[in-house]
Each structure stands twice: as C-alpha cells, then as structure tokens.
Design a binder for this molecule. Sequence first.
Ligand code: IPE
Ligand code: IPE
Ligand code: MG
Length: 265
Amino acid sequence: MAMRRVDLAAIDRITNEDLLSELDPARLPRHVAIIMDGNGRWAAKRRLPRVAGHRAGADAVRRTVETAARLGLECLTLYAFSTENWKRPRYEIRALMDLLVEYLAKELHSLKKNNIQFRMIGRSEELHISVLEQIRKGELATFQNTGLRLNIALNYGGRTEIVDAFRKIARDVAAGRVQPDQIDDELINHNLYTRSLPDPDLLIRTSGEMRISNFLLWQIAYSEIHVTETLWPDFCERDLLAALIDYQKRERRYGRIGHLEDVPA
Ligand code: IPE
Ligand code: IPE
Ligand code: MG
C-alpha cells in the first residue's frame, strides 16, 4: 500500500480521513494502554470544578473506546484510578467512582452491541461494593464477546500488582506447588492482573507529563511511549490516530541492532 507521509506537526490542518489513510491496518498495535491525565487542568482552564473535568473525561473514554473498537484494536487498557488517587479529596474520589458506575450502566448496551469484552484490573478489595457490583455485572455481561478487550485499571498500582503476584507465588512455593527455579517471566506474567493480555505495544499519556505514575510497570518493558499535550477531556479520534501513526513509524528493536545496520561489511 502506498503510504503518504503525514507531518504530525501540521496535524491541525489534516483531516481524519488523511490520518486514517496513513495508518497501516496490518500493523496496528495489539494492545494500547492510556494514562488518561489532565482532567483537572481542563476544568481549571474553564474555571470549572475539577469534577466537571472528570465528567468531560468520561465522554473522552466513550469516544476512545468507540474509535478503538471501530479500528479493530485487540486490547485497550485505560488507567482510571490509581492506588495513589485515594489521597485526593473524598468528594473527588466519590465523583470519580460515581462516574465510572454511570459510564458502565449507560454503556453496557453499546459494549454488548459492539462485541466489546470489559474487564477491570486492579485490587478489588478496597472498592465500594456498589462499584464492584457494577463492574462484575459489566464483566459478566460481556465476557463472551470476542471484539475489543477493554480493561479499566481501577484501584490499580503497578507496585501493588507486583506485590500481589509475589504473595501468590510465595504461597505456591510454600505449598510445594512451585519450585523457586521455576519462577521465570512467564510465571510472573501469569500471576499479574493482566495475565491473559499481551504486553502493551503502545503507551499513551495525555497532558504532557513525562512519567509513568505506577502504571503497568512490569508490562511496559518494551512499550513504545507517546506523550501528547492534549488534555484527556479533549482527546478525540485524531489524537488516537496520530498516536497510532507515530507508533507505526517507530523501529522496535528489543535490544537488537537496527534492521538497516545488519549488512555485512
Ligand atoms: C486524570 O486527570 C484523572 C485521574 C487521575 C483520575 P487528573 O484529575 O489527574 O487531572 P490533572 O492532572 O489534575 O489535570
Ligand atoms: C495518573 O494520573 C493516574 C491516572 C490517570 C488514573 P495522576 O494525575 O494521578 O498522576 P500524577 O500524580 O500526576 O503522577
Ligand atoms: Mg493528573
């Protein structure tokens, strides 16, 4: 397929169709993970309360999930609430949880219709029962779907996930089910919340922050990272397309040398 080169610096003047034609559907990332950041700053710019930013952020989730499903992505993991976000004011936590419940209740029909499989990753223990009920309902109603695998990271922390995996493995070792020498990458993967998912190929962070904030620490060992200045509530189809195009321009080497350098002297 003849690929036209789109200059992402001039993205404001490019139509979504142009961006779409730039994308090679055969080389889409299998798994895209997103750190959805910037809701508070979006609200502050408009002199609105932070919660208004989260509400607008929920609309961006809806749009992004729809676009990802339409493009035929295999997995999409969205960071919705970190283990550190409990340090926020109570009313903000409450609003975030309420929005999640509302999103799931409203979107269940469309998740089913679009053949999307929904799952939560994170520690479920600390979540309010009403939140957990809605999540389990969503998981149960969609687990047989075969399209996009949508994972919401809720009460998620990369270190907590690794701690939980250590605990499970230690129990298996203590019970004699696993020998210490059998502990390898695969066994560790198998004990993470993400056990059935491929590692993210592409990690997107919105709002320009250059940090990981405890997201998928083990799994992003070789993910390509795309940071956009767009604040999460403004994130739309073209931002996702731009990130995917950026990803397709990368050469993933996994420690090897570049493919053009592999010519004998
Ligand atoms: C992301 O937006 C949403 C969550 C972390 C839950 P923020 O609320 O972190 O927005 P900023 O970073 O303060 O702008
Ligand atoms: C990361 O955003 C967590 C989520 C997007 C859920 P934060 O806003 O919590 O991250 P920091 O505090 O800026 O690192
Ligand atoms: Mg933030």
